[in-house]
Write a protein that binds this ligand. Structure first.
Ligand code: SF4
Length: 379
């Protein structure tokens, strides 16, 4: 399978204007084995005593993203290579381990849990996971999916089990591009049918995410924006990040949020909504003509939002990642499968959070792409 570099359809357009960003971005060479540490260094006593997950930069964790599987039925070019190796099943978190961590995390201040993957709808116990978290916590449960396997019946079952919200990824409305980008047997029509099923089952507010890659689908920004108007939902554009398993990311393929906005405003003028939560990753806009729906821009590269980050991640194989771009992760599995009590696990999560880096540092010379790809971290 062609990687981004070799794909003739991805002939690079001239470098985008934000020269400052591009010039400073290092070529990405990183070892492929994340620094997997057994236990994080102990957090200060006052932090442990607070029974809250706070980092050394004063940020508090409220959102836990749990990757429940690293398996996926897509092979998106900005995420996972066709020859990807999945973790052995026995090393993946079990249903009860996921529920236990969710319960402990709520006691430490988590209010939202997002279930991610790989593709979480591939997990055979997704309903039981949702119901188990619902039954033992009061957190809001969300799901991110490529929507290739959604039906009204499954959505109704998950909603009944406790699912509150869904976010769907869709990067192209053109079947040929969709196929080349996802390297899957799915289609834009199948994903849009998933959108309609979510709306019909009342899983709202529904959000859609698209990653624009220069020379590939960056000319679809305005077309994708029509989905917000058509379904009265939020269509978000995420800047392409260096988290792909091929390590093929480079700045010439990156499209800034400002550029996406200009492309959309050429057809649909926008006005800032001005009501975004401080820890929200997206900056949202309404249509100036009053049409329904919103447009969101998630700009981790050009406008990092790390200062108010409230997110912690748990990978499908039980690694705690304080930051999406962590190059060090803390192995929770031995505690979950050993004789550790809930207090021990809570201490571990507090200690791991305290090590959280100030930000991703993508535009700094020190930046190193994490060895673990997005597919094994979860969005
Ligand atoms: S890059 Fe890390 S610190 Fe920044 S917003 Fe994402 S998870 Fe938070």
């Amino acid at each position: 399978m062609q990687t981004l570099n070799a794909n003739p359809n991805l002939a690079l357009h001239p470098a985008p204007t934000a020269a400052r960003v591009h010039a400073s971005l290092p070529q990405l060479h990183a070892p492929r084995n994340p620094a997997r540490e057994a236990s994080p260094p102990r957090a200060p006593d006052h932090v442990r005593a607070s029974r809250r997950m706070v980092d050394s930069h004063g940020r508090t964790i409220r959102d836990l993203r749990i990757s429940i599987t690293d398996r996926c039925n897509f092979r998106c070019v900005y995420c996972m290579e066709p020859d990807v190796l999945f973790s052995p099943r026995e090393s993946l978190l079990t249903l009860w381990e996921i529920i236990r961590v969710a319960r402990i995390a709520e006691n430490l201040g988590v209010r939202k849990i997002r279930l991610t993957g790989g593709e979480p709808t591939l997990h055979p116990e997704l309903t039981e996971i949702i119901a188990g978290i619902r039954g033992s916590t009061g957190v809001e449960i969300a799901l991110i999916t490529n929507a290739s396997r959604l039906s009204r019946a499954s959505l109704r079952t998950w909603k009944h089990a406790g699912l509150a919200r869904v976010t769907i990824s869709i990067d192209s409305l053109r079947a040929d591009r969709f196929a080349r980008l996802t390297r899957s047997a799915s289609s834009p029509e199948e994903v849009l049918a998933g959108v309609e099923a979510c709306l019909a089952e009342g899983l709202t507010p529904l959000k859609l995410n698209a990653v624009l890659i220069r020379g590939f689908n960056d000319d679809e920004a305005a077309d994708l924006a029509t989905l917000a108007r058509r379904f009265a939902i939020e269509m978000r554009f995420i800047e392409y990040m260096p988290l792909d398993s091929a390590h093929a990311w480079d700045a010439s393929k990156w499209v800034s949020a400002a550029e996406s906005r200009r492309a959309i405003e050429a057809r649909f003028p926008l006005v800032a909504c001005g009501d975004d939560e401080s820890s929200s990753t997206a900056r949202t806009f309404a249509f100036a003509d009053g049409a329904p729906g919103r447009i969101g821009f998630i700009a981790p590269v050009s406008s990092p939002f790390c200062g108010a980050c409230s997110r912690l991640r748990l990978t499908a194989d039980g690694k705690v990642r304080p930051c999406l771009f962590s190059t060090t992760e803390w192995d929770l599995l031995p505690l979950l499968r050993g004789s550790a009590c809930d207090e021990d696990i809570a201490d571990f999560l507090i200690d791991a959070t305290w090590t959280k880096q100030p930000g991703h540092g993508i535009a700094t010379p020190e930046f190193r792409q994490p060895p673990r790809p997005m597919s094994a971290i979860g969005g």
